[in-house]
Write a protein that binds this ligand. Structure first.
Ligand code: SDX
Length: 439
């Protein structure tokens, strides 16, 4: 029987080795190179991990060429149309859609942990009101490990599950508090009779002095956007969570590292950058100028919300969110929202331009999400916070999967060293040209 291997031949020595091929349920097979250095003396080189599978996973599958995204095998289009964020959270964590009693129990468990330790509230006072909410999130979320000592033992499955529930449950409360701190309004406690997204809207927008009615359109829109953002395979922030988790760091510290990585404008920070870009472009008359800037290698400007490492087709999430924009804006009587019109015109011009077509640059999940957040009254500096709330489910599910993975060991990549070769120490008196004025 044919061996499922590939052959590596070192043409400088003529030596060949067989490398095992591993095949998943669907998607590209992988070459197991775990013994490659030991058997060949070579490291492999893959900055940015363009061709590297870092782990096994059963959570999310993406086919970037076909524009496919599935959570635990379910197409994102079906989950977006039929599921809820809390149900998707259960699916992510436990692998299957819950029956009614399982969903009811899970929902109750999440609701039980929505409050944060009262001492945590004083952490916010250390930040100026103009602190970026993501800076607050990184600081406050990472400090959860200082409070919840009964869910820090990563080798104890009960601790792991309790930590998972706490992180998913407390993220909206921490996020809403970071918003309230920026407005100077009092923090609002969660109301556990509300749904996950309704509670977040309540904690963000209600004030003690007035009744607050949750707009069902806003609640459903947020729930749908959260489903779309819940997980996305081994993206930068999820890989950061896994790498932090590989050192056996506590779960709160690991997810805090994910929040940090997500903040970058090349990643989750793009949704805020898109709104800032649309504001800068201003109107359709400026589109050609900014398209030219995006194509100009000497100009650092990029079309934010465009392009993706994996999707070389339309990001299926962007398709759904764009459709949502039409529906939500129409329902809210804002169908002629100028920024949405500008975004659509920008997309239309870019997708007819050879530069974008040749590089398969399409709108990604961040291109339209900010249009919806803004019309829900969420400020641009909270867009990535919203992304982090939703992605906490994926980070937690991936962290739990990693901790239970028998292949799991500390992640410790190597390098191609291009620095100075061996040299001896030189006393300061003998160092030529050591005139500080010259440095
Ligand atoms: C997310 O990984 C995930 O799954 C992430 C995410 C998730 O759910 O977790 O999907 C969420 O992060 C979405 C991406 C959000 N970021 C942006 O919208 C920022 C703008 N996009 C780019 O910075 C870029 O497209 C990336 C970072 C998304 C992808 O970068 P890659 O895969 O490293 O691609 P690249 O930078 O090598 O670009 C390839 C070519 C280059 O041109 P050439 O050198 O071939 O001439 O395309 C060009 C780039 O200059 N290019 C762009 C561009 N994106 C890529 N040119 C102009 N505008 C852009 N947006």
């Amino acid at each position: 029987m044919k061996k499922d291997t590939v052959t590596f031949t070192d043409n400088t020595t003529g030596k060949s080795i067989e490398l095992p091929v591993m095949r998943g349920t669907v998607g590209p097979p992988v070459i197991d190179i775990s013994k490659f250095y030991k058997e060949t003396g070579y490291f492999t080189f893959d900055p940015g991990f363009m061709s590297t599978a870092s782990c096994r996973s059963k959570i999310t599958y993406i086919d970037g060429d076909a524009g496919i995204l599935r959570y635990r095998g379910y197409p994102i289009e079906q989950l977006a149309a039929k599921s809820s964020f809390i149900e998707v959270a259960y699916l992510m964590l436990y692998g299957d859609l819950p029956c009614a009693s399982e969903l009811e129990r899970f929902t109750a468990l999440i609701r039980r942990h929505t409050m944060i330790n009262e001492s945590l509230k004083s952490f916010y006072q250390g930040f100026y009101h103009d602190a970026h909410p993501m800076a607050v999130m990184v600081g406050v979320f990472g400090s959860l490990s200082a409070f919840y000592h009964d869910s820090l033992d990563i080798n104890n499955p009960e601790h792991r599950e309790l930590a998972a529930l706490r992180m998913i449950a407390k993220m909206p409360t921490i996020a809403a508090a970071s918003y309230k701190h920026s407005t100077g309004e009092p923090f609002i406690y969660p109301k556990n009779k509300l749904g996950y997204c309704g509670n977040l809207l309540h904690m963000m927008f209600s004030v003690p002095s007035e009744d607050y009615q949750i707009d069902p359109i806003a609640e459903r829109a947020l729930d749908l956007i959260f489903i779309l953002h819940a997980d996305h395979e081994q993206n930068a922030s999820t890989s950061t969570v896994r790498l932090a988790g590989s050192s056996s760091a506590n779960p709160f510290a690991c997810v805090s590292s994910g929040i940090t990585a997500l903040w970058g404008p090349a990643h989750g920070g793009a949704n805020e950058a898109v709104l800032n870009m649309l504001d800068e472009i201003g109107d359709a008359s400026q589109i050609e100028k900014y398209i030219a800037k995006a194509k100009d290698k000497s100009d650092p400007f990029r079309l934010m919300g465009f392009g993706h490492r994996i999707y070389k087709e339309y990001d299926p999430r962007a398709t759904i969110i764009r459709q949502m924009c039409h529906e939500v804006l129409t329902k809210l009587g804002k169908e002629d929202d100028p920024l949405f019109e500008l975004a659509q015109k920008l997309e239309e011009v870019a997708l007819t331009d050879d530069y974008f077509k040749e590089r398969s640059l399409y709108p990604n999940v961040d291109f339209y999400s900010g249009i919806i957040y803004r019309v829900l009254g969420i400020p641009a500096n909270m867009f990535t916070v919203m992304f982090a709330v939703a992605r906490t489910v994926g980070w937690v599910a991936q962290w739990m999967e990693m901790i239970s993975d028998p292949d799991q060991r500390i992640s410790r990549p190597r390098q191609l060293y291009e620095g100075t070769s061996l040299r001896d120490y030189v006393s300061i008196e003998r160092r030529a040209g050591c005139d500080l004025g010259e440095k």
